[in-house]
Ligand binder design. Sequence first.
Ligand SMILES: Nc1ncnc2c1ncn2[C@@H]1O[C@H](COP(=O)(O)OP(=O)(O)OP(=O)(O)O)[C@@H](O)[C@H]1O
Length: 484
Amino acid sequence: MTATVLVVDDDAAIRTVIARALDRAGHDVVAAGSLAEMRRALDRGLPDVLVTDVVLPDGNGLDAVASFVRDHPRLPVIVLSAQNTLTTAVRATEVGAYDYLPKPFDLDALMRAVAGALAREGGVPVAPLGEEDAALPLIGRSPAMQDVYRVIARVVSNDLTVLVSGESGTGKELVARAIHDLGPRRHAPFVAINMAAIPRELIESELFGHERGAFTGAQARAAGRFEQAAGGTLFLDEIGDMPMEAQTRLLRVLQSGEFTTVGGGRTIRADVRIVAATNRDLTRAVADGRFREDLFYRLNVVPITLPALRERRQDVALLARHFLDRAAEAGLPRKQLDAAAVALLEAHDWPGNVRELENITRRMAVLSRDRVIGAAEVRATLGGGSPDEVASADIGIEAAVDAFVDRLAREAPDALTNGTLYDRVIAEVERPLIRRMLARNGNNQLRTARALGINRNTLRKRLDTLGIDLDPDDEARPSGPGDR
Ligand SMILES: Nc1ncnc2c1ncn2[C@@H]1O[C@H](COP(=O)(O)OP(=O)(O)OP(=O)(O)O)[C@@H](O)[C@H]1O
């Protein structure tokens, strides 16, 4: 079908490239280089599709799109933008754009978007404009992150259940928070619960709450996370670690939309948006019978897979600078990275992903004596181990434990009185430590145990108790003479 497409971009080369491709596809093209030209073109006649850039010489294309979509809700708009941030993706969706393509864009993708826009039926519902430009929670402009932003933008204004997967430290919780903060539930609580950090026998009462006397030690009724998150978002972290019985119960709640408190029979409507996260391959857990298939499908309505940092090395410099800025805002001396330092950071494999980069950067902000951090400092910090560095790591752990206890006090005040605190804090520290050392030692248990200074059986027991799964393929891999 021949259509008229209005293309708005101040870059003449881009206009020409798009016009040629549209022409080849048999469409008529009207081109405009500014908002004023766009308005004049619209006055002459409405196109079938509008393709527009965001930053134009005489104003913001998105604002123009917002009023255009209000007046012509059935006309599809495709937004192109070089400001490849989550905010732009979300705002493009909010103003009612049919699609959003980050620049540099793939011409085929644009042609597919135009074809899709022409083929669709009915108009796009126009969502209200956000009252303020949200802060940028997620840093990264790589294509892999752009894909993530596009999915986030599509889910912020509805209640679909989202399953975020990705290695530890890739930003799964940050994605969950962004979905909450950018959507209509943002004025209600965001409540997180980490399945791996809670003793198995307490998970159901933590989730659904309990009545007085429901079990030994339950001296008063307590609201569970579902109740605390009412009207808001419930983030179920490390969902793969959820025990089977709790999985069955959660599934029932998701199906019926209500839950019952432990030991009480009080039934409460579950008014929460669920975002779950996992750093394991849940399909494998399903195949192994460790995770309910029906629950998996209930949670995996919208999957978001976060790339490992090593799969988006082009974001490393951006992230490192962001963390240095944050350190400076927190009162540490302002530091910069020289080119060799950036190159080394980009070449590193980042088994701990963005969290590791954040810690390394903060450590360098504290330790480096010069204003400009060079390759030698990066090498020393990545290698780790000098007494200075160990001392600074101690400060980090102290702050982390403080933050963890503060969070518990806010989110699960019971935990400070019900005798579980010691186990929770130790698990919180032990789990990342063991995971980190396993990753460093190629999942070899003997080497990991040696590195940790514990015996192998103790390590096995801890893996079991903490619910840390070893990839069986990795375990089977021979890892050097004398290691096994
Ligand atoms: N894209 C990003 N931009 C800025 N900061 C990020 C990004 N991704 C992660 N971070 C930071 O890295 C740290 C780890 O992120 P987060 O806790 O969300 O990871 P996670 O995937 O949930 O980890 P885990 O699986 O271990 O719980 C946080 O301090 C977070 O702010």
